[in-house]
Ligand binder design. Structure first.
Ligand code: PLP
Length: 257
């Protein structure tokens, strides 16, 4: 079978630990063809995102048109969307590709506290999320998104069900930041809530785990797995990469190559 192609639309992290570079390399290692367009450029170290520069929409659109002449796209993974203009351009891509799996990791803030989406671009999540098959927010991101959609329920499963029903997207609320070694995620899919359990080997703080999880899920979806099966497989792959083999000079743990 010809190799399938995943299109990654994400921020460029020069450390290679998160965003476009990381996503492309792990998708290729899984035997998939991966192409990507940066939605923004960042200046960062292992610990800190120091600056974000959105890419121009002319560049983004020209790159997309040329890619469209190069590969047929079988799935899309979306990451950091910093500016309203890029959000609009990405939304157009998603609208034109509603028949393939689309996974969106709606990153709002880096672990170091730098906003990865501008205030002005936040409302565009209301357009982007309903265009996705699956979104993978962490708990904090989920709360912000639920608020944006006017969902006020206190209990997580109820709020998740409401957001999934309103948007039509499945939702994986990641719990990797829970205390202890448990890494339990909540999946809301087709009106049902399930807990997907996982266990971390240690409590090290890793860079880029959210990006990698969403990429692994996208890879498994494009290979034909169901959403639940893709998530279980993705969590296992991610846990294996958190093996304490790569550490930056400023003390941040990176996933193994
Ligand atoms: N840079 C880019 C391009 C990202 O997409 C992300 C997270 O998704 C980060 C930096 C921040 O990663 P972390 O919070 O793991 O440091």
């Amino acid at each position: 079978m010809a190799s399938r192609t995943v299109l990654v639309l994400a921020g460029l992290d020069p450390t290679g630990g998160a965003g476009l570079l990381s996503d492309i390399s792990l998708l290729r290692k899984m035997g998939l063809n991966a192409a990507g367009i940066p939605t923004s450029l960042t200046v960062q170290s292992g610990r800190l995102v120091k600056r974000v520069e959105p890419v121009g929409t002319k560049y983004f659109n020209d790159a997309l048109t040329s890619l469209g002449d190069t590969f047929r796209i079988d799935a899309i993974k979306v990451g950091m969307i910093f500016s309203p203009s890029i959000a609009k351009a990405v939304s157009r891509v998603l609208r034109e590709n509603q028949e393939i799996p689309i996974v969106f990791d709606p990153v709002l803030t880096s672990s170091g506290g730098t906003p990865l989406v501008s205030e002005r671009a936040l409302p565009s999540l209301k357009t982007l999320i309903p265009q996705c098959t699956l979104i993978t927010p962490n708990l904090l991101e989920f709360k912000t998104i639920a608020d944006l959609f006017g969902i006020r329920m206190k209990k997580l499963p109820d709020a998740g069900l409401a957001l999934s029903s309103l948007s039509g997207a499945s939702i994986l609320i990641t719990g990797g930041h829970m205390p202890g070694k448990r890494s339990w995620d909540t999946l809301i899919h087709e009106g049902e809530v399930s807990i997907i359990k996982g266990e971390l080997k240690g409590r090290r703080d890793y860079h880029g785990t959210g990006c990698a999880l969403a990429s692994y899920v996208t890879a498994h979806l494009v290979m034909g797995d169901s959403i639940a099966k893709a998530i279980v497989a993705a969590k296992r792959m991610l846990e294996e990469k958190m093996d304490g083999k790569v550490r930056s000079l400023d003390g941040r743990w990176f996933l193994s190559p």
